[in-house]
Design a protein around this ligand. Structure first.
Ligand SMILES: [Zn+2]
Length: 182
């Protein structure tokens, strides 16, 4: 399974996770779905989510329904594909990009789920794809961010399966150095 994250969605995933850090953010993924691929055009943050550092409560069904109605009326070529949420940490957690048991339980078949791991950076890093982890990661401002994508398959004992991420706007991204921007 391949997941293409387009520019708008990539920046929303990053900025919404940074904005509420160290709390968790959560939202909907909107785009198109093919046989072996998802294309994510937009990541739409849930404004009314109640965030704590451990859990997020939000009116999921209501927002889903409103989004479906909006898309049907104005953008019938797009649909809701799944959810995203962030995993904020104080420092590097090796498996922090993976879904928790609770996350997996909430995954629906045929949907895609994105996890944005975030913690304060130790040093500046260029954005890149890590093929062994199937993640994209890099730094922005004071933050280190790592993004992963997941599905759940009936054929796999109901476990989660990780998808490949293709995110052209992320690869090679590095902020303009201060000496050049001033
Ligand atoms: Zn989670």
């Amino acid at each position: 399974m391949n997941v293409y994250i387009l520019e708008n969605a990539f920046f929303s995933l990053m900025m919404s996770s940074i904005e509420v850090f160290p709390k968790e953010c959560l939202g909907l993924l909107v785009g198109t779905k093919g046989r072996e691929k998802f294309v994510i055009n937009q990541a739409v943050v849930f404004q009314t989510a109640e965030r704590t550092t451990n859990e997020v409560f939000y009116p999921r069904d209501k927002v889903y329904k409103e989004m479906e109605r909006f898309l049907k009326e104005y953008m019938p070529y797009l649909s809701t594909l799944g959810d995203f949420h962030s995993h904020p940490y104080r420092k590097l957690e090796r498996d922090g990009y993976k879904p928790s048991d609770g996350d997996i339980e909430l995954m629906e078949y045929g949907n895609i789920y994105i996890i944005v791991q975030i913690h304060k950076k130790r040093k500046r890093m260029i954005w890149n794809y890590n093929p062994s982890e199937k993640t994209i990661s890099g730094t922005i401002g004071d933050n280190f961010i790592k993004i992963s994508a997941w599905t759940r398959s009936r054929d796999n004992g109901e476990k989660s399966e990780q998808a490949n991420i293709i995110c052209r706007p992320a690869v090679g991204l590095l902020g303009i150095p201060e000496w050049l921007s001033s």
